[in-house]
Design a protein around this ligand. Sequence first.
Ligand code: SF4
Length: 396
Amino acid sequence: MMLFMLLENRILDPARGDVIVFNNTASEHPDTYRFARDCEAASCRYGVPFFWIEFQTFEDSVGGEWSRRPSYRLVNSRPWSADNPDGFHWRGEVFEELLSWSCYVPNQFRRICTQKMKLETTRMFLTDWLAAKDGIRHLGHHGKTSRISADSMYARHRRNQGRVPKDILLGKRHFVLNRPHQRPKQRYEDFSPVWQRFENPATQSRVFGGRARFGKGAVEYVAFVGLRGDEQHRVKRVEDRNIGPGASGYEGEHVYMPLADMAVSRDDVNDFWDKQDWDLALPSEGSLSNCVYCFLKGAANLKAVHAKMEAQRGLDVPGFGPMAGTPCDIDWWDEMERRYGRDLKAEGRTIHGNPKNEVLGFFGASTGFSYSVLRESSETDIEEFSETMLPCDCTE
Ligand code: SF4
């Protein structure tokens, strides 16, 4: 709704370099992907480019030592397949690459998923985009196989005060080391039919080494975020990040949340979409949007998500494939928690509270909650867990 208000009122101007970004975590519902594709098609009619981007790592050498560094790639709006290697991922690959690279899972206090797959990925994209080139450069080496050795990777982990035993570390890193170790050169015109090179004097003179630099005296930009007026605690979180005391925000970024400023509510948004001839086909209360089983949705919401997704588990979605084994299936989240959750005992860390809390998963050690508990819990158990967990809070 916010996007179409901006487009209809001609507030977005492609000649200035305005751009629309969709951060793909590879963990959304197929209907969300269809909706993003429809939004892309509609925004193209206004001439504003819409890019799908994904977090990815690549191999780089610093001082002769090879390691994986974070970056991103452009993808098109059709699912990845052997015939469409530039397609977007939806079977959890992007999320798992992050977990395998970082060797732990996010939780409500360390939301590395939002930070790495959305905020920092967008920022890296803008660093390139605002330099007004034709595309993004190749990253990584051209060798056929990985150049990272297990011994040097473990030595680096120890140097950084890591305490994960070597065999566990290597097991966790297996996935990321088998992901593409380079990012190819990519041209914007291959990913947006309405892309045109823009010339904005306000940014042109602030580009150094082919990349935009941000902050006072450098490039500044406005980022629109579609949080509503009835989502004040999420609004506050974004404001705190951007302008609050000790803001960790991104230099040069000015976040604007027009729906929140205009006190637009969930009902207003639903009214808007009721009047359109297309829509996000998911339930309007939003429980399936964002990453399907996002750990921030709260225990009661997650139980509702699980009931809905169990009913879809056997589906083979046209154009996508089987849902089973993807982030639309609780087994995928349970597997991620087991594979990448931190085993505090193996790391020789002090275990606080219940001595059974040896594994630090998506819900923290102290809640006693996990995806396997969610799968087995009764409604009464869920009510008890709900009191100790925060509600859905992904702000991006
Ligand atoms: S929706 Fe949830 S799981 Fe997905 S990136 Fe946001 S916080 Fe992380």
